[in-house]
Design a protein around this ligand. Structure first.
Ligand code: GAL
Length: 829
């Protein structure tokens, strides 16, 4: 029986392989992707490719074409996405590939735009995504151990990987089938965390490679941060910078950088992280200077962690990432434009760069000239880099020219004698975005209802256990919330007054004793904490109800999946007089998964049993309260947000779509040992703590409502407020480019544009040595007088204008200093 089953599998395998290769032959537009000699070859041609990450579930299907088009206009050749296992298989063997998670449609959109794609299957993805992309049901499969040599896990991983590969094949999306996908990835950064898994980790990694190979996809597989990746896997690197000397582990393999972090993600309680355009451009230029052939921006568009998809602990709802396209898809200028120019210059030299014949020459300390030459045409292209983080230099290359080279910058020299780009000289305009009140309605009627607590406060759960259970194994992540309920008998000897002590690994805790709320507490960083509160008890039976809430399940690290959540193990104690302690940890605990409002779907206004809401007596600062209002979509196409200032912590839905967790009372402050700063110096090694503006404000105040979630008529916003908040200040806004700034050096052209609008005022203009950045420019000591009037004449009432930045334009001729003059302008749109 077993033997014939095996044979049948073999025959089926051969048939599917045959069909696949026959389908390849049938496709005229088939693209062959190979590699050799450190080159990535597309139809035999060595290429230099610019790639950008756009994760399909972090935007909506309606947004994809625009995002992809803007990436293309920004000079991106390839769109990369992970596959998010837990959105596709929320329950075992029950799949969802529809609508906003239709990744096949996403890749078709990539193809229609004429771009290539990279399919990072994982299916462990990290990505600041809940549980790293793993469905939580995996955790509960008997005998399973994740990301190691464990048969139960490997079977699940292989089944899902095969499903994805089969779907892609069926849609003819692999390059040899005429599709856009040129590379695929298995696992994710396993090399960084594999050591604690020992021998089993090594075996697993080798199995991953074999399993991937057996999928026969006709394109190369990559493994990122996996220096010991077995052949023919190509190992690639990730980080803020490519490492200068880093090479893949096989001389045939191309040097590829799968994650160039364009800044970083936001967490509850921490400020946003910004990374200057100059520094990202510097990193990209240095990568290509060192012989790299493909680099991918992580992220090119970060987007939004809708619903409960944010990872943890404490990943915020916005995933803007300070990426070239902002959360809403608006150009993040100057980053988008500065990188676009860099891409154009790199592409103009593609033929020379792919010859891979280059020489590095030290010009002086920290200054290096790298010359790439195409021996067949004699053409050359140079990178001139200054890796000193403080010192600007003037470089004299004799017959090949003199160059002013700012600190921490790379100049790109056409024919090795003409500067056509410098990573620190930003001539792209900067956008200052603002939130504009909705042009439709500004007054809202609020309705409310209380979260029904009666059953939980009287200890009525749906099952019991004589211990404190682990939260995610219990809820299987059906909800952020789990009620732990027990009762305790108090006699005279213990006394009425006690301290309730709860040791929890969970993120947030709300405690009730005898139906009365005792208070709430939360961890400052998403790790464990101790809740302690003085309580008054009754003689006889007392009910204790503890609501534990998670804020995103951990997504990174060795054995991250085993990190416990909730009040697991406790202890939960009552500490009475003279420290007499009643340990309730092994009491009989009753459990209830989720809120009643969640189970009844209060957030779904269409359900008939959800029609009862109260208008009178709108409660403010009342915990465990549901709020509802209706609103009209702002007119136009600008992205829509809801400003939730006034609220505490909870979840928000628009027309039943989860727009994410909110947590306004979590104020952004610098991590211990670091300081916040409004001024970001692009120079020197970036790490995610050296440029942190926005401190002292809520970590996230505005929440994206994609246009496709909205109707033309009435829309419903429903909020669940867990801590207590005031919804009366809530309003809907659009995100617009309010001001634009230009900052350009002498000898270049400055372009200012209020796309779709008009330049209505020039707020600042200075030619000389202006200081500061957009929003806070100041004149320097050598300001040329009529700059403002020249700008007003050239730009006012126009959609866009361009200024030749030279002394002549401003009637100034004495320009003989070594440091070129700069023009800075701020205009209102
Ligand atoms: C990498 C990981 C990504 C993402 C990134 C940080 O380690 O591969 O998925 O988590 O870090 O944003």
């Amino acid at each position: 029986m077993m033997e014939s089953w095996r044979e049948m599998q073999l025959v089926l395998g051969l048939i599917s392989l045959l069909c696949f290769w026959t389908s390849l032959l049938a496709h005229a537009a088939a693209t062959q992707v190979t590699y050799d000699n450190g080159q990535l070859l597309i139809n035999g041609e060595p290429r230099i490719l610019i790639s950008g990450s756009i994760h399909y579930p972090r935007s909506t299907a309606e947004m994809w074409p625009d995002l992809i088009q803007k990436a293309k206009e920004g000079g991106v050749d390839v769109i990369e996405t992970y596959i998010f296992w837990n959105v596709h298989e929320p329950l075992r063997h029950q799949y969802n590939f529809e609508g906003d998670v239709d990744f096949i449609k996403f890749f078709k959109t990539v193809q229609e735009a004429g771009l290539y794609g990279i399919l990072r299957i994982g299916p462990y993805v990290c990505a600041e995504w809940n549980y790293g992309g793993f469905p939580v049901w995996l955790h509960n499969l008997p005998g399973i151990e994740l990301r190691t040599d464990n048969q139960v896990y490997k079977d699940e991983m292989q089944t899902f990987t095969t499903k994805i590969v089969d779907m892609v094949k069926k849609a003819n999306l692999f390059a040899p089938q005429g599709g856009p996908i040129i590379l695929a990835q298995i696992e994710n950064e396993y090399g960084d965390i594999m050591k604690p898994y020992g021998e089993a980790g090594v075996k697993y990694m080798q199995w991953c490679a074999k399993m991937a190979e057996s999928q026969n996809i006709g394109i190369p597989w990559i493994m990122c941060q996996q220096d010991n990746a077995p052949q023919p896997m190509i190992n690639t690197e990730n980080g803020f910078y490519g490492r200068w000397d880093w090479k893949p582990n096989n001389s045939k393999s191309p040097k590829m950088w799968t994650e160039n972090w364009t800044a970083s993600f936001k967490m509850w309680g921490l400020p946003a992280r910004h990374r200057a355009a100059e520094d990202v451009a510097y990193a990209v230029a240095r990568f290509f200077q060192s012989g790299g052939v493909l680099q991918n921006y992580y992220m090119y568009h970060g987007g939004t962690n809708f619903g409960r998809t944010a990872g943890g602990p404490y990943i915020a709802t916005t995933y803007d990432y300070d990426a070239p396209l902002d959360e809403y898809g608006i150009l993040n200028q100057p980053k988008w434009g500065h990188l676009k120019q860099l891409h154009e210059v790199i592409k103009s030299a593609e033929k020379i760069l792919t010859k891979q014949s280059f020489i590095n020459k030290d010009i002086q300390n920290n200054v290096m000239l790298t010359t790439f030459t195409d021996n067949s045409t004699g053409k050359s292209f140079c990178f001139l880099s200054n890796i000193d983080s403080k010192q600007d230099v003037n470089v004299d290359l004799g017959n090949n020219g003199k160059y002013f080279l700012p600190a921490w910058s790379v100049s790109l020299l056409a024919d090795c004698n003409k500067e056509i780009y410098n990573t620190a000289k930003v001539i792209t305009q900067t956008y200052l975005k603002t939130y504009k009140p909705s042009n439709v309605d500004t007054q809202f009627n609020w309705l409310w209802k209380a979260e029904p607590l009666k059953d939980a406060l009287t200890g009525k759960g749906s099952f019991t256990a004589n211990k404190l259970l682990e939260q995610k194994a219990t809820t299987v992540d059906a909800s952020d919330y789990l009620w732990y309920m027990t009762s305790v008998n108090i006699d005279d000897s213990f006394g009425k007054n006690a301290i309730l002590h709860v040791n929890t690994t969970g993120h947030v805790l709300h405690a009730y004793v005898n139906k009365k709320r005792m208070g709430s507490d939360w961890s400052s960083d998403g790790k464990g904490f101790v809740f302690e509160k003085a309580v008054t008890l009754n003689k006889g039976t007392n009910h204790l109800s503890l609501l534990s809430a998670t804020v995103g399940l951990k997504n990174y690290g060795s054995f991250f999946d085993m990190v416990p959540n909730g009040i697991v193990g406790g202890p939960v104690q009552l500490i009475g007089n003279d420290n007499v302690t009643k340990d309730l940890s092994s009491n009989e605990w009753s459990y209830k998964i989720g809120l009643n409002g969640e189970n009844k779907q209060f957030y779904n206004d269409k359900l008939s049993h959800n029609k009862k809401w109260t208008l009178e007596g709108l409660p403010l600062n009342r915990p465990m309260t549901w709020y509802k209002t209706s609103f009209k979509a702002p007119l136009g196409n600008d992205p829509v947000v809801v400003d939730l200032l006034g609220m505490g912590k909870g979840h928000a839905w628009v027309n039943g779509h989860g727009i994410g967790r909110f947590w306004l009372t979590m104020i952004a402050k610098a991590p211990q040992g670091f300081e916040c700063s409004e001024i970001c110096d692009y120079r020197g090694q970036f790490h995610d703590t050296n440029c942190m503006p926005d401190c002292g404000l809520p970590s996230q105040r505005w929440y994206h409502i994609p246009r496709s979630f909205l109707n033309e008529g009435d829309n419903t916003l429903i909020l669940f407020e867990e801590m207590g908040g005031n919804p009366t200040q809530i309003n809907f806004q659009t995100v617009i480019v309010g001001k634009v700034c230009g900052n350009a050096y002498e000898g270049s052209i400055m372009e200012l544009s209020c796309k779709g609008g008009q330049i209505s005022a020039i707020e600042f203009a200075s030619f000389g040595d202006p200081q500061g950045t957009c929003g806070s420019f100041k004149k320097g000591s050598s300001d040329v007088p009529n700059t403002l009037s020249v700008l007003q004449k050239a730009c006012l009432k126009k959609e866009s204008c361009s200024i030749n930045v030279s002394g002549a334009t401003f009637g100034f001729s004495n320009s003989n200093s070594n440091t070129p003059k700069k023009l800075a302008v701020q205009a209102v749109c």
